[in-house]
Design a protein around this ligand. Structure first.
Ligand code: PLP
Length: 456
């Protein structure tokens, strides 16, 4: 920590305390909802991720780029429902598609024509020929892991320290491990990320560092003929944003294939938000399997797994049964088609990039003029401020960042009517297709308020 940062750090706790008091005073109805909910919902929320400090915010509705809490506060929504909100709220094309489908029945558990159209559009964007559907990112990565194991007949998988792939057993390993648990950089430990995961399953997941080809080679050589494949966020997005080094992903693919193992890209966060063809398009590396969810459904639960002829052909032959009552649900398919075909036109992708450029320029200008020890990382419609000067290359570089800066930023934005995702340094903003320059300028103005608060 520099002297400058140290000085600011001494003001941080006071800033957080003051902003937290403002936060609570603006949300009395959220507080009473929480009290009511606590009697009937575990922890008073619908997902444990909603238990945020100083209190969970209860939402009323959303329209366009804005959301409204139950207390009537309006926010520019840059949370985007953890990255699902690329269409913004109540987008006319999504409304039309869902309204049309809802009057014709929402669920048949039989395929409908839209499912073929969606697969065609996904193939165009991601370059993989065969697709199946699910409802959440967790289901998609679970199927991908099962598929890699079934296809290769091997049990071990590899994941990257600090990547999150949902909440099933095989990937709940070394997601946010503490410093005293992680082991050496050369041989990271496999650390269970939740209670209730049998040690026997955790041991089947081997852990490597992001951007470390030597580490991956070592693991592959230590377990010859035993590794089914590797799952990776091709651009890490659950530890801020960590881009791959030039050539890293191509190297990963080559090493895995040399050892008869498969590569899965978890594009649950990056798919569509990183660019028209996700991180696959940005990096130019096509894996054997891709997992998509979040943004593809335009706000309706929808997920997909795509794969090569070989790997998904194995599913076609019955080698692995990829199943689910709601897979290819008619309403999900209608919304996903509208998202891919009507909402995300090529011009819209250009507009998203222009807005992102405005964000990055504005933040960098403030960082420079206030002399903050911080930098901006962005890809497509996603971005984050990293509150240190050094670029981060892997989870260990991210671990030491003082999260109080991000919490102070979050509170300052919320208190001034911009909704960023909670969980500080882990998360990113998402610009939706319905945001405009005024929304961006509100966000930038609030960042300047933070900079003033930190340097006063
Ligand atoms: C990269 C990644 N994969 C998978 C998931 C799990 O998705 P879901 O919450 O839809 O199960 C997430 C959720 O945040 C994610 O960020």
């Amino acid at each position: 920590m520099t002297i400058q940062q140290d000085l600011r750090s001494t003001q941080l706790d006071e800033l957080i305390a003051a902003e937290s008091a403002t936060f609570v005073s603006r949300q009395p109805l959220s507080r009473s909802m929480r009290e009511r909910a606590s009697g009937v919902m575990a922890g008073g929320v619908t997902s444990s991720w909603q238990i945020t400090q100083p209190q969970a915010i209860w939402m009323s509705h959303g329209t366009g780029s804005k959301i409204y809490d139950v207390d009537g506060n309006e926010y520019v929504d840059l949370h985007g429902g953890y990255g699902a909100g690329l269409a913004g709220h109540a987008h006319p094309a999504i409304i039309d598609a869902v309204q049309h489908q809802v009057t014709r029945g929402t669920h048949f558990a039989q395929p409908s024509e839209r499912a073929i159209d969606v697969a065609d559009l996904l193939t165009d964007r991601f370059g993989l020929p065969l697709w199946r559907y699910m409802n959440s990112g967790t289901e998609a990565t679970m199927d991908a892991i099962h598929l890699m194991r079934a296809f290769t007949g091997r049990d071990l998988i590899i994941k990257v320290e600090g990547c999150y792939h949902g909440h099933h057993d095989s990937v709940q390993v070394s997601v946010l491990p503490e410093e005293d648990e992680i082991g050496s950089a050369a041989f990271p430990n496999s650390v269970p990320s939740s209670a209730g995961i049998p040690r026997a399953i955790t041991e089947k997941t081997l852990v490597v560092s992001f951007n470390d080809l030597d580490g991956l080679r070592r693991v592959l050589e230590q377990h010859p003929g035993q590794i089914a494949g590797m799952i990776i966020e091709p651009i890490m997005m659950n530890a801020g944003i960590i881009p791959p080094d030039e050539g890293y992903l191509a190297g990963v693919k080559a090493l895995l294939h040399e050892h008869g193992a498969l590569l899965t890209f978890d594009e649950v966060k990056t798919g569509l938000t990183a660019g028209p063809g996700g991180a696959t398009g940005v990096t130019g590396v096509t894996p054997d399997v891709i997992c998509l969810a979040k943004a593809i459904g335009g706000g309706i639960p929808s997920a997909a797994v795509g794969g090569s002829e070989d790997v998904m052909g194995f599913v076609a032959e019955g080698g692995y049964e990829m199943v689910g009552t709601f897979n290819g649900n008619a309403m999900a398919m209608a919304a996903t088609y509208a998202m891919l075909h009507d909402v995300l036109t090529p011009q819209v992708h250009v507009k998203l990039q222009e807005l992102q450029d405005r964000v990055v320029l504005g933040l960098e200008t403030t960082i420079a003029s206030y002399g903050l020890d911080a930098h901006v990382v962005s890809v497509g419609a996603k971005g984050c401020v990293v509150f240190q000067n050094d670029r981060v290359r892997n989870y260990r570089g991210f671990l030491g960042i003082d999260d109080r800066f991000n919490h102070a930023h979050w509170l300052t934005q919320l208190n001034n009517n911009v909704f960023l995702p909670p969980w500080g340094k882990m998360e990113q903003w998402l610009i939706s297709v319905q945001h405009d320059e005024e929304d961006i300028d509100r966000f930038l103005g609030n960042f300047t308020l933070l900079a003033e608060g930190l340097t006063r």
